[in-house]
Design a binder for this molecule. Structure first.
Ligand SMILES: [Zn+2]
Length: 413
C-alpha cells in the first residue's frame, strides 16, 4: 500500500534513495523528508476506508513507509472538547505508550531501523524520547543505547532501566551525551555492530511518525482543519510533521487549501524560536543558559529551526513564551478544570491560548487545538516541588530541575 519513493532535502531539494538508512543531507546538513507517490495513493485509498482500521497511527499506513510496524498501540489519542473554553480542543498525547507523543516518532524510527537490519540504536536524551526509544527497541528486540545526564527526571531513567536499555549516565550536560554518541558512531567496532543515531531530525522517520498527529487532527474534526494549532515546541518535529501532513492531505484531495495558524509556545527560560520570530529572522540563535522545568522545551537551538520559522510565517501563525510560574499554574488549572494531568510542556499551550485571546489574535469563535504532549505522571519529581508539603522528596529545592542549566542541544527535540 505504501508509496514511499525517495527522500528529499528540505534545504537544497536533492533526492536520496529511501531503501537504506539515511541521516541528514550530506551536502548541507538539511533535514530529509520522505516523499511518496501521492497520486497513486489518491487513486487507491480514500479516507472513508479509515473507519474500519485499528485506532493507532498505523491506520495511515498508506502514507507511511512500507515496513512491518513496531507498534505498542501509539496514536489516535483523544481529541477532547474543553470543558471550560468554547471551540477549544485538547489533543491528549499523554495517553500514548510511554506517556508522551515521542512514542509516535520512535515507533516509526524503530520500525525503519529494524526494516534496515540495524541492531544498535543510540540516543542522547534527557527526556521522554529516551524511554520511548527504550520501549520500542525492547518490542523490536533491538538494543537501545541511551546517554543521559546524571540528573535526569526519575521517570525516564527508571523506565529505561526496566525496558532493558543500556543506560550510560554522563557526568555533564546533554551536549556531552551527544558527543559520546558521536564518538561511538565513529568507532570501528560500532560500524560492525550497526550503530545508528536516532536523534531527532537526524534520521527521516521520526517526522513521519509525528506527522500522523496532523492526519488525526483532520480526521477527528471531520476533515475540517481548525483555525489554530498551539504546539509546545522544543525540537518542533511535530510542527514540521503536521505541516507536511496537511500538504500531503491536500495532494490526496482529503482537505482543501485551508491551513490552521500554527503557533509555537516555548518556555520564557528557553525561547529561541520566539526570539527569532520577534526579530523576523529565518533561523534561531543558541539560547544561552537554557532554564525551565518543562524539560522538553529545553532545546536551545532546534535543528529544524529554519523549517519551524518558515511554517509560522506561511501559516500566519506566531510564537509565544510562557514563564515557569504560568506553566505550573496552567498545569494545576487543567487538572482541576479539565481532569487532565498534563505535562508542563502541554500546559504551556493553555498559557499561549489565553494570551492570544487577550490580544485578539484568536476570536472566541475560532476553533483551536491545544496539544498536551505528555502525561504529568512523567514529571512527578518536577511537579511535586510546586506543592507545599512534598510527598516525594524531603528537599525539593535541591532537586528542582528549574535550577539546572543546559548548555547543549537536548535529545528529545
Ligand atoms: Zn541538501
Amino acid at each position: 500500500m505504501s508509496r514511499l519513493t525517495h527522500l528529499e532535502c528540505t534545504r537544497c531539494g536533492e533526492h536520496y534513495p529511501a531503501d537504506r538508512p539515511q541521516s541528514v543531507c550530506p551536502k548541507d546538513g538539511g533535514i530529509l523528508y520522505a516523499r511518496y507517490d501521492l497520486a497513486a495513493v489518491r487513486r487507491s485509498f480514500s479516507p472513508a476506508r479509515l473507519a474500519e482500521r485499528a485506532p493507532t497511527m498505523w491506520r495511515y499506513d498508506a502514507v507511511l513507509p512500507e515496513a512491518d510496524p513496531v507498534s505498542l498501540g501509539e496514536g489516535f489519542t483523544p481529541m477532547l472538547a474543553s470543558r471550560e473554553l468554547a471551540n477549544v480542543f485538547i489533543k491528549d498525547e499523554g495517553l500514548n505508550p510511554t506517556g508522551s507523543f515521542k512514542a509516535r516518532g520512535l515507533s516509526a524510527a524503530v520500525t525503519m531501523a529494524r526494516h534496515f537490519g540495524l541492531k544498535n540504536l543510540a540516543i542522547p536524551s534527557a527526556g521522554n524520547a529516551a524511554s520511548a526509544l527504550a520501549a520500542y527497541a525492547a518490542a523490536a528486540k533491538l538494543e537501545a543505547h541511551i546517554f543521559m545526564p546524571k540528573d535526569v527526571p526519575a521517570a525516564n531513567r527508571i523506565e529505561c532501566d526496566y525496558y532493558g536499555a543500556h543506560v550510560t549516565l554522563v557526568d555533564g550536560l546533554i551536549s556531552d551525551c551527544a558527543r559520546k554518541v558521536a564518538e561511538l558512531k565513529a568507532s570501528e567496532s560500532s560500524k560492525n555492530e550497526g550503530w545508528f543515531d536516532v536523534s531527532t531530525t537526524k534520521e527521516p522517520y521520526r517526522v513521519e511518525g509525528k506527522k500522523t498527529m496532523g492526519y488525526e487532527v483532520a480526521e477527528q474534526l471531520g476533515w475540517k482543519l481548525p483555525q489554530g494549532i498551539i504546539y509546545p515546541t522544543g525540537g518542533g518535529v511535530g510542527l514540521l510533521g503536521m505541516w507536511k501532513a496537511f500538504e500531503e492531505m491536500e495532494a490526496l484531495g482529503w482537505i482543501g487549501a485551508e491551513r490552521p495558524k500554527m503557533i509555537t509556545v516555548q518556555s520564557a527560560g528557553c525561547a529561541p524560536i520566539v526570539k527569532a520570530w520577534d526579530e523576523g529572522k529565518a533561523t534561531s540563535e543558541m539560547w544561552p543558559q537554557a532554564e525551565t522545568l518543562a524539560a522538553g522545551l529545553r532545546v536551545p537551538k532546534p535543528y529544524g529551526d529554519y523549517l519551524i520559522l518558515d511554517i509560522l510565517k506561511k501559516s500566519k501563525g506566531t510564537a509565544v513564551a510562557a514563564t515557569d510560574d504560568e506553566i505550573l499554574e496552567a498545569t494545576r488549572h487543567w487538572a482541576k478544570v479539565e481532569g487532565i494531568f498534563a505535562a508542563p510542556e502541554g500546559a504551556a499551550s493553555q498559557v499561549a491560548y489565553r494570551k492570544l485571546r487577550a490580544s485578539n489574535f484568536f476570536k472566541p469563535e475560532d476553533t483551536v487545538v491545544l496539544f498536551n504532549t505528555g502525561s504529568g505522571l512523567k514529571y512527578l519529581d518536577v511537579l511535586d516541588t510546586s506543592v507545599e508539603r512534598t510527598l516525594l522528596s524531603a528537599k525539593p529545592a535541591a532537586r528542582k530541575p528549574a535550577t539546572r542549566q543546559i548548555g547543549g542541544i537536548i535529545g528529545p527535540y
